[in-house]
Design a protein around this ligand. Sequence first.
Ligand SMILES: [Ca+2]
Ligand SMILES: [Ca+2]
Ligand SMILES: [Ca+2]
Length: 166
Amino acid sequence: MKFPGISALTIAIGTMTCALAPIANAADKPAGRFTAELTFDAIDTAGKGYIHQGDLEEFRSNVFSSMDYDDSGKLTYQEFTAWDPGFSSIAEEDGKSEAYTTATKIVFAFWDRDGNGEINEAEMRFAMNADFRRADLDDNGTLSQSEFIGGFAVIVAMRAAIRPDL
Ligand SMILES: [Ca+2]
Ligand SMILES: [Ca+2]
Ligand SMILES: [Ca+2]
C-alpha cells in the first residue's frame, strides 16, 4: 500500500503526536500509546507485526516530502517547525511552549549532521537509521511494536526534552 501525500502527512502527524503526547496530559493517558500504535501500524504497511528498514525508509521519504514545502530537497528549521500540525498550541495550553521549542531545536540539531542549518534527505535517513538500530534491542534487524514505541530515539528525545522528569 502506497501513501499519497496527505496520508503521509497524517502518518507523520501521528508520529509527532506520539512524541508529544506527554505534554497533552501528564497522567498516563492511553491516547499517547494508542497513537504510537497507529503510527507503528502506518509504517508496517503490510501488517507484518514488525518493521524493517525498508518500511522505515518509505515512511521517512513520505515525511520528508510533506515537510519540504518548497521542494528544495532540504528542510530549513522553518519548514521543520511550520509543518507543525498544532502541537505548539497543545504545548501552549500546557505551559510547555518553551520546552516544545527546545525539543524541536534539539531534534533539528541532531538531524542536521553537518550543522549547515538545513536537513537534507541523507541526513534525515542517517538519523532515522541510527534510531532504528538503537531501538532494535534484540538486534534482529527488525523492530517489534514494543521496541518501536519504547525505543525510537526521536520520540524518546523529544519526550525527554519536554518532560525531563520522565
Ligand atoms: Ca525546503
Ligand atoms: Ca545539514
Ligand atoms: Ca528487534
